[in-house]
Write a protein that binds this ligand. Structure first.
Ligand code: F6P
Length: 547
């Protein structure tokens, strides 16, 4: 375990990042006509263009040295080899096994996990096909028309994002809903859309102890039982979990449970039984195509040399921007309406994985780790927060995503969309110089004091980094590739930052305090010692609820 700041490449990169010595991106493009070819990489139909970053060949070589010195290759082998790299929970990290399409065994503690993975996939296939064909019937003999996935975090965001991303593969007579929030409004609004006789609930929870999911599952169960009686439950509820005991205790027959394992992290679980709602929504064959896309990216990540490795390069560019150029955020900007939930999904993947400040050997880090991640589909974001990205005081690197072809060829919409994404990346890179702004204002008829007053507001500094991910069409295979790309990017960054990307202790404290506060809100329970703010808020809620 090596703290990254002690590595020779880190020192060299620090020197390289000296703002006085750093060429502008305009200069980099002007002096290297092959820059696009040199700083882009293609895998099947997916292209990563990282040329609009403030790096040259030497910086890239140093970043690759950093990856080697940080032990990325050995860490990659350890993950694929099933070693318990999740140090605090003593677990292997094997979401890659879930989409292993080869005959290669994957061992956890000496046991090949592939047979059980294949067995669950076979059950998912049978079940999803039965629901889709109408062979699976509700308690009164009617086919299923609405499927409600009840889960939160990794048991919600992945399937919800994928179901939307692949909406063009869904059937109009089978709606899929995602119930996550403990706010009763979420359940109420979804249940309004469903009829008990034709609704199937998929309760998705790795631990089957998550407060929000159990509360929503109980509400759904009560709703069903009050309409159709207790005996209906087995026809309308299935569970996805690692915890058979808790599933049985909740009242779901474990014959209706699809299993996964503790070496599947929640935010990496959409490839497991947690993907059942996806298989029901788009069909199992499509689900398998998505696994195939992820497998293609896994194989690329596992075998390609670091200098030709897409997840590694994406990660290294992120490290350069964050640790050497001072970026604290990253914007995920899909110019693809179907990917409107991608930023929310990647927030969990990236921020829950790399939002850590303790090194693997237990010391506080003295370097930046995971960035703040946010985003919106283009072009909507352009009319909201892009102002800050172009002219604000903070550096916000962007990932643009776009498809060459659309599932919805309406007029020239798609070309309008593509022209916008290309223009934004170009504008961020080039900026607008004083001479250019002056010429524009003059052309617009301004002169003298008014021109001079306007001028500083019309300048764009440029040099704002972005990556562009371009693909032919958003199909299941491409989506699988994209998601695996981001998973491995997060992995590589976690290794370089010397943190454990696979635990999430930071979410525990709030959960524990909420349990203590819950009874105090009801009015007749004494309030335990809190700070004056929390105590004051509890008292106010009590008054407002009763007054
Ligand atoms: O919020 C923490 C977390 O443990 C996530 O990591 C996880 O995806 C989510 O809660 C849901 O957990 P579960 O699937 O066990 O209900």
């Amino acid at each position: 375990m090596t703290h990254p700041t002690t590595l020779p490449a880190w020192q060299a990169l620090t020197e390289k990042a000296d703002p006085k010595a750093l060429p502008s991106m305009r200069e980099l493009f002007a002096t290297d006509p092959d820059r696009f070819a040199t700083f882009s990489l293609r895998l099947d139909d997916l292209l990563l263009d990282y040329s609009k970053n403030r790096i040259d060949r030497e910086t890239r070589a140093l970043l690759l040295d950093l990856a080697r010195q940080a032990g990325v290759e050995a860490a990659r082998e350890a993950m694929f080899g099933g070693e318990p790299i999740n140090l605090t929970e003593h677990r292997s990290v094997l979401h890659v096994a879930l989409r292993n399409r080869s005959d290669r065994p994957v061992r956890v503690g000496g046991t090949d996990v592939m047979p059980e993975i294949r067995a669950v996939l076979a059950r998912m296939k049978t079940f999803s096909e039965r629901v889709r064909s109408g062979a699976w019937r509700g308690a009164t003999g009617k086919p299923i028309r609405d499927v409600v996935n009840i889960g939160i975090g990794g048991s919600d965001l992945g399937p919800a994002m994928v179901a939307d991303a692949l909406k063009s593969y869904q059937r109009p007579d089978l709606a899929v809903h995602f119930l996550s929030n403990v706010d009763g409004t979420h359940a109420a609004e979804i249940l309004k859309l469903c009829a008990p006789e034709t609704t199937l609930f998929i309760v998705a929870s790795k631990t089957f102890t998550t407060q929000e999911t159990l509360a929503n599952a109980r509400t759904a169960r009560d709703w069903l039982v009050s309409a159709l009686g207790e005996a209906a439950v087995e026809h309308h509820f299935v569970a996805l979990s690692t915890n058979a005991k808790a599933v049985a205790a909740f009242g779901i027959d474990t014959a209706n449970m699809f299993e996964f394992w503790d070496w599947v992290g929640g935010r990496y679980s959409l490839w497991s039984a947690i993907g059942l709602s996806i298989a029901v929504a788009i069909g199992f064959d499509r689900f398998e195509e998505m696994l195939g896309g992820a497998y293609a990216m896994d194989e690329h990540f596992r075998t390609a040399p670091l200098e030709a490795n897409m997840p590694v390069l994406l990660a290294l560019v992120g490290v350069w921007n964050a640790n050497f150029l001072g970026a604290e955020a990253i914007a995920i900007l899909p110019y693809d309406q179907y990917l409107h939930r991608l930023p929310a999904y990647l927030q969990q993947l990236d921020m829950e994985s790399n939002g850590k400040s303790t090194s693997r050997d237990g010391h506080p880090v003295t370097w930046s780790t995971g960035p703040v991640l946010f985003g919106e589909p283009g072009t909507n974001g352009q009319h909201a927060f892009y102002q800050l990205i172009h002219q604000g005081s903070r550096l916000v690197p962007c990932d643009f995503l776009a498809s060459a072809e659309t599932h919805n060829p309406l007029g020239n919409h798609h070309l309008l969309l593509l022209s916008n994404v290309l223009a934004q990346a170009e504008a961020l890179m080039r900026g607008k110089t004083e001479d250019e702004a002056r010429a524009e204002l003059t052309k617009a008829g301004l002169s003298g004091a008014e021109l001079e007053a306007q001028l500083p507001h019309r300048l764009f500094p440029g040099n704002r980094p972005s990556n562009t991910l371009l693909y032919r069409s958003l199909d299941p295979r491409t989506l699988g590739m994209l998601l695996a790309l981001y998973e491995h990017k997060v992995f590589v960054q976690g290794v370089i930052w010397d943190i454990n990307s696979f635990d999430q202790w930071g979410v525990e404290l709030g959960k524990a305090l909420a349990k203590a506060i819950l009874p105090e809100l009801s009015g007749d329970t004494p309030v335990t010692p809190h700070d004056s703010s929390t105590a004051g808020l509890i008292a106010t809620i009590r008054t407002l609820r009763t007054g």
